[in-house]
Design a binder for this molecule. Structure first.
Ligand SMILES: Cc1cc2nc3c(=O)[nH]c(=O)nc-3n(C[C@H](O)[C@H](O)[C@H](O)COP(=O)(O)OP(=O)(O)OC[C@H]3O[C@@H](n4cnc5c(N)ncnc54)[C@H](O)[C@@H]3O)c2cc1C
Length: 337
């Protein structure tokens, strides 16, 4: 009889792994702290993951009608900085995660929602995959997101870099635009809901963008925020995937892809464990080695660049080089995938 697997966390990493394992006949129980469908703080710009990985995970179906995103424009406080071709897809996490959880259940996976497990009690146990997203740590950063209607974009993806934060506008389904940013924490002085987003935009020197959003229609039910975002390395020694293993700074637009790729790389050691060929400790070591090989370079590059683009002097430097066309945006984009 096959050994069974418990997955903690039903975001992209956990759900896609759950589907891949169920397609291979492995008994899986998945615990998620929340319910579906739900909005998540995410730029919803998916880029980097290959069709082969999606096929192997059994989740291509969920992205078939995602909005193709091909053009992007980077701006700073002074205006447009650089245009760049991208290769991405826009889809809300509300829709994507819901499709994945439905598929997981259809395949006979046991999904327990509203079930928050403690890392200390279960993460190190045999057969447990920790996919619970980034650990909450004290940090300077907050993430905010909201969907808008009637918001014309100049490009499929607009990135706006301010004094101590940045915000992306990406097309998603139903002619909506996802607006999502990362900001250095400040006191939002009594603002509530979408007003907090406007407050941060003005604070980081992007009042024109705030004015543009004011003439569009926010879907206030989609507004959400998170704090405690840290890019420090996470716990080694447990079988973890996705943000739970390592979080790449959001400006790369690669975190979702990394979550899916991490699920893909974890399949082989899990299969060997389930079939009794290796112990869980060996599966854990193989998983973390595969993740280091796959993600080490992009994590190092992203962590080097993040302080540059979130620091006022750094953004001025980017503007001078970017305008002079010295900055190899295309090469940086490829290195981060
Ligand atoms: C501001 C911001 C913008 C971003 N923009 C982009 C972007 O445009 N493109 C991109 O590719 N990536 C982006 N990302 C990153 C991307 O959202 C993450 O990398 C991705 O969601 C990671 O998926 P995951 O499955 O590892 O974690 P998550 O999606 O966070 O899922 C974790 C799941 O675990 C559950 N959970 C948490 N704790 C427990 C527990 N103790 N027990 C049980 N369940 C638990 C949660 O309910 C959640 O469903 C952005 C991130 C931020 C913060």
């Amino acid at each position: 009889m096959k050994r069974s697997i418990i997955i903690v966390g039903g975001g992209l990493a956990g759900l896609s792994l759950g589907i891949a394992l169920r397609e291979r006949g492995i008994p899986v129980t998945l615990h998620d702290a929340s319910e579906y469908p739900r909005h998540r703080v995410c730029g919803e710009f998916l880029s980097g993951v290959s069709d082969e990985v999606l096929e192997c995970l059994g989740i291509s179906f969920a992205l078939e009608d995602a909005v193709p995103l091909r053009s992007s424009r980077w701006h700073d406080e002074e205006g447009p900085l650089r245009d760049m071709e991208v290769e991405g897809r826009g889809i809300s996490r509300h829709l994507l995660d819901d499709r994945l959880q439905t598929r997981f259940r259809e395949l006979g996976g046991a999904l327990l929602t509203g079930s928050r497990l403690g890392a200390e009690s279960v993460a190190a146990q045999e057969g447990v995959v920790w996919a619970a997203g980034r650990p909450k740590r004290a940090s300077d950063w907050v993430g905010l997101k909201c969907h808008f209607r009637d918001l014309p974009l100049t490009h499929d993806l607009e990135m706006h870099v301010g004094r101590s934060g940045y915000i992306g506008l990406a097309r998603i389904e139903e002619d909506r635009v996802n607006v999502c940013g990362l900001f250095r924490k400040r006191n939002p002085s009594g603002s509530k809901g979408v007003e907090i987003l406007h407050h941060y935009l003005r604070e980081i020197g992007l009042p024109d963008l705030s004015a543009r959003l004011s003439s569009a229609l926010p879907d206030t039910t989609s507004f959400c925020g998170v704090a405690g975002i840290s890019f420090d390395p996470h716990d080694a020694g447990i079988f973890s995937i996705g943000d739970a293993a390592a979080m790449i700074p959001p400006f790369t637009g690669n975190g979702m892809s990394m979550a899916l790729e991490a699920a893909f790389h974890s399949i082989s050691p899990i299969l060997d464990y389930v079939e009794g060929r290796i112990a869980w400790t060996e599966a854990t070591v193989r998983n973390s080695k595969a993740a280091s090989r796959a993600f080490g370079r992009r994590l190092r590059a992203a962590n080097l660049l993040h302080p540059v683009i979130t620091h006022a002097r750094g953004t001025r430097w980017v503007r001078h080089l970017g305008m002079a066309r010295f900055l190899p945006f295309g090469m940086i984009y490829r290195t981060l995938r």
